[in-house]
Design a protein around this ligand. Structure first.
Ligand code: GDP
Length: 293
């Protein structure tokens, strides 16, 4: 992820540093190249435009041209602007004040939703939380079975009894209370495309169960599509965060660069592989440093 972007940026920085004293034209040209590199990484054009405007404004304010190390100043300004669009600080998971806390995991089929539920359950159980996995995707019947198999592997209990999501979650709540679970991770219904039936069901779940988190899982490899999907979900549901999956693939990184800026919702985790432990907390500062190389 981001290898192309990083090597492009490094090349731009190398040229800038090599010049010593910079003119306004040098900076203009470098920023034009940065813009091109970000767009080629599939970042949203609005995000790129705003980022570069901010860099230009700050460069002027700070009188970068008069500095003894103008290239370094520009790179530093760029770092903080990148950090800003990536979300700034890491945002923690909110498990609510009541037990069990409820995390609704939503997303389209194929995004990695069910796998991500299990990965998240594994991570939280590693952090000594008592987790109950709940398979409430009755639209794709195989999802429940898949969750059970994953649950067995990570030794986390899974609840899937019932014919509709409400019956399943009501039953799961009883079990979670009996088991003194800290949190229920609920795999919800998916579709190949966003449709009204799915969004209505998810809205009803939100109204009835007041989850402390509604996490949207999107396939990070799909770049702009991932951002569009996040925007659409966010219009209908009060999302609390986004999980980008498949960031180990040849994802160019555009989704990671744009989701927060476009939806206002933080990326909380990234999926970096098919194994159960391949889910990482999202640290904007680490990613910003990595992108700049
Ligand atoms: P769902 O339909 O959204 O529930 O999707 P699944 O959880 O069944 O996942 C679809 C496919 O994506 C499976 O083959 C997963 O192993 C794969 N997958 C999920 N997350 C990741 C990830 O972070 N990296 C990679 N490489 N594959 C992933």
């Amino acid at each position: 992820m981001f290898e192309n972007l990083t090597s492009r940026l490094q090349e731009i920085f190398r040229k800038l540093r090599g010049k010593g004293k910079l003119t306004e034209k040098d900076i203009e040209e470098a920023l034009r190249e940065v813009r091109q590199a970000l767009l080629e990484a599939d970042a949203h054009y609005k995000v790129v435009k705003e980022l570069l405007n901010n860099v230009k404004t700050k460069a002027l304010q700070e009188d970068v041209l008069k500095s003894v190390t103008p290239a370094e100043q520009i790179i530093r300004i760029l770092y903080y602007e990148l950090l800003n669009i990536l979300g700034g600080e890491k945002v923690d998971l909110n498990l609510g004040d009541k037990k069990p806390g409820i995390i609704l995991v939503v997303g389209l089929q194929g995004s990695g939703k069910t796998t991500t539920c299990a990965k998240l359950a594994y991570r939280l159980s590693q952090e000594q939380r008592r987790v109950l996995l709940v398979g409430a995707d009755t639209f794709r019947p195989a999802a429940g079975k898949q969750l059970q198999i994953l649950g067995e592997k990570i030794k986390v209990p899974v609840y899937i009894d019932g014919s509709n999501p409400f019956e399943i979650i009501d039953g799961a709540l009883k079990v979670a209370r009996e088991k003194f679970s800290d949190v229920m991770i609920v795999d919800t219904t998916g579709r190949l495309h966003i449709d009204e039936e799915m969004m209505n069901e998810l809205s009803e779940l939100n109204k009835r169960y007041h989850p402390s988190e509604i996490l949207l899982v999107v396939d990070g490899m799909t770049g702009q599509d991932a951002v569009n999907i996040a925007e659409k979900f966010n219009e209908k549901l009060p999302l609390t965060g986004v999980i980008l999956t498949k960031m180990d693939g040849d994802a160019r990184g555009g989704a990671a660069l744009s989701v927060k800026a476009i939806t206002g919702k933080p990326i909380k985790f990234i999926g970096v592989g098919e194994k159960i432990e391949d889910l990482e907390y999202f640290y904007p500062d680490r990613l910003a440093s990595r992108i700049l190389g």
